[in-house]
Structure formats: structure tokens, C-alpha cells
Design a protein around this ligand. Structure first.
Ligand SMILES: Nc1ncnc2c1ncn2[C@@H]1O[C@H](COP(=O)(O)OP(=O)(O)OP(=O)(O)O)[C@@H](O)[C@H]1O
Ligand SMILES: O=c1ccn([C@@H]2O[C@H](COP(=O)(O)O)[C@@H](O)[C@H]2O)c(=O)[nH]1
Ligand SMILES: [Mg+2]
Length: 257
């Protein structure tokens, strides 16, 4: 209840009469969002978290755990591109060449695949793993999908650990080799980190610094130890964001009166 009322403070510009209606509407003990607001939220506002980090930092591993625990749909941008590559599509050869080089696929191709995956899912909560890779990717997503992510998780892993993991992964990926991993690291540092900085400035970034302080397995913490930290943040953010969305939907409803 308190959160609902305090979240309305930014609406000072609304006419006094409308303000009164909004306050009256929220002065009852609402423990659940109004049915109309809830369905608006589900239908129109997918809840999106981007998951970023270098090659082999553990994005995919943690996404599987988050998806299972919190009921998110896991969309791996690289997985979508690999599927497209092997599907015999007209973009297949181009994607394969870029992946082997460690380069980034054109934004329109990747965003189109992500948008399709979001639109065809029943779920409205998404983890988008390994995207955006560049500021250009980010802007294309925001333009085409028409929204920013709700929050961004960032796995900051030491470079030597990432390289070792990628070279030991053994999943038959065309880019898991010494030459390509060097290129991917260059792209990550030069082109993806600016995206991370962008979301840090916007206050949307949650960084997991994976250093040798855990002294486990490979010096970054076991998958379970890292996940324990991820759970806390994801749980809190989900609750906060859903609360804010409810207020905005309800405000829209009362302003139309
Ligand atoms: N905390 C960890 N400790 C040890 N090994 C790990 C840990 N997390 C992930 N791994 C292993 O490291 C490898 C890379 O992990 P993962 O595929 O999740 O990385 P990624 O960030 O998705 O990489 P990419 O960007 O290349 O897809 C996998 O073989 C995974 O099992
Ligand atoms: O948004 C994206 C995501 C991926 N790529 C290309 O795919 C590979 C592998 O991606 P992973 O996320 O590591 O599975 C990546 O190196 C890029 O070549 C992309 O172009 N755009
Ligand atoms: Mg991955």
C-alpha cells in the first residue's frame, strides 16, 4: 500500500481532480493488483531482463537456473542465431561466417529473432541471454521492440577463467577455439562493455563480480554459489518492478475516466 502511494509522487503534473480520483482509488486496502491492471500488465508489458558477460562467463548456466526457479522464458541470442544458421535460412551462411570470426550479426537479424521468440511465447517474463552485444544492437532493440529491459544482470568474470571454460566446453560450437575466443574477447571489451556502462548509468545494472575471493572450482565460485547471489537480486527486482507496473497501469485507467 505504501509503495503504491509513494510511487504516485511523480505524477504532480496531473490535474488536481484527477489526483483526487487516483488517491481515492488507492485508499482501499488493495493487496492484489486490480484484475484489469493485471491483465494489461500480462498482455502488453513483457518483463525483460538482459543477461550480459564475456564469452564463458556463465550466462547460459545461470539463466537455466533462473528460468527454472522464477519461471522465466530463457532466450539465448546466440542460440537463436545458431538455430537460424542450421535451419537452411538465407542468412545461414552469413551467420556462420560472422560466428567463426567472433563478430556480431546485423541487429535487424538478431532483433527480429528475439521479437519473434517473445511474441510466440505464452510466458511474459524473459531472460535475454547474450544480447545486446553493441550499442547499435541495444538501440535497434529499443526501437523495434519499443521498450527498455526492466533490469540487466552482468557477470564480470576474469578473462583467463572465461578462456579456459570456452576451450573446455566441448559442445561442438564453431566459435569455441583459441582464435575465435580472442576475437570474441576483443568485441566484448570494445563493443559490449559500452552497453554495460549504459545500463549502469541508468541504474538498471546488477553486477556479479566473480573474483578469486570464493576460491572454489576455478576461482569464481561454484555455479550454486553464484546462483545464491543471483536469486536474491532477481527476487527483489521482480517484486519491485511488478509493483511499479501495477501502479502505472492503474493510473492510466483512472486518467481515462
Ligand atoms: N561457476 C562455474 N564454475 C565452473 N564452470 C562453470 C561455471 N559456470 C559455468 N561453467 C562452465 O563454463 C562453461 C561456459 O559456461 P556458459 O556456457 O554458461 O557461459 P556463457 O557465458 O553462456 O558463454 P557464451 O557467451 O560463450 O555462450 C560451461 O561449460 C559451463 O558448464
Ligand atoms: O546478440 C548476439 C548474440 C550472439 N551473436 C553471435 O553468436 C556468437 C555466440 O553467442 P553466445 O551468446 O556466446 O552464444 C557470438 O560470438 C556472435 O558471433 C551475435 O552476433 N549477436
Ligand atoms: Mg551462452
Amino acid at each position: 500500500m505504501w509503495r503504491r502511494l509513494t510511487s504516485l509522487s511523480h505524477l504532480r503534473q496531473i490535474r488536481r481532480a484527477d489526483e483526487l480520483k487516483i488517491c481515492q482509488a488507492f485508499c482501499t486496502d488493495i493487496t492484489k493488483p486490480p484484475v484489469e491492471a493485471e491483465s494489461h500488465y500480462r498482455r502488453n508489458s513483457p518483463f525483460v531482463a538482459f543477461v550480459l558477460g564475456g564469452p564463458g562467463s556463465g550466462k547460459g548456466t545461470q539463466c537455466l537456473k533462473i528460468a527454472e526457479t522464477f519461471g522465466f522464458e530463457h532466450i539465448g541470442a546466440g542460440d537463436l542465431l545458431r538455430k537460424e544458421m542450421y535451419s537452411g535460412s538465407e542468412n545461414g551462411d552469413m551467420i556462420q561466417k560472422l560466428m567463426k570470426e567472433g563478430s556480431i550479426a546485423p541487429s535487424e537479424v538478431t532483433v527480429k529473432l528475439i521479437k519473434k521468440a517473445i511474441e510466440s511465447a505464452e510466458n511474459r517474463k524473459f531472460l535475454i541471454d547474450g544480447f545486446p552485444r553493441s550499442e547499435e544492437n541495444r538501440m535497434a532493440y529499443e526501437r523495434i521492440v519499443g521498450a527498455e529491459p526492466n533490469f540487466v544482470l552482468f557477470f564480470d568474470c576474469p578473462e583467463e577463467v572465461m578462456v579456459k571454460r570456452v576451450l573446455n566446453r566441448n559442445e561442438g560450437r564453431v566459435d569455441d577455439n583459441e582464435h575465435t575466443v580472442k576475437e570474441r574477447l576483443k568485441v566484448y571489451k570494445g563493443t559490449t562493455l559500452p552497453v554495460v556502462n549504459h545500463y549502469a548509468k541508468k541504474g538498471k545494472l546488477y553486477k556479479f563480480l566473480l573474483t578469486d575471493k570464493f576460491m572454489q572450482v576455478d576461482g569464481t565460485g561454484t555455479q550454486e554459489e553464484i546462483f545464491e547471489r543471483v536469486v536474491d537480486i532477481t527476487d527483489t527486482l521482480q517484486k519491485q518492478v511488478i509493483g511499479i507496473e501495477d501502479v502505472e497501469c492503474a493510473v492510466e485507467k483512472y486518467m481515462r475516466m
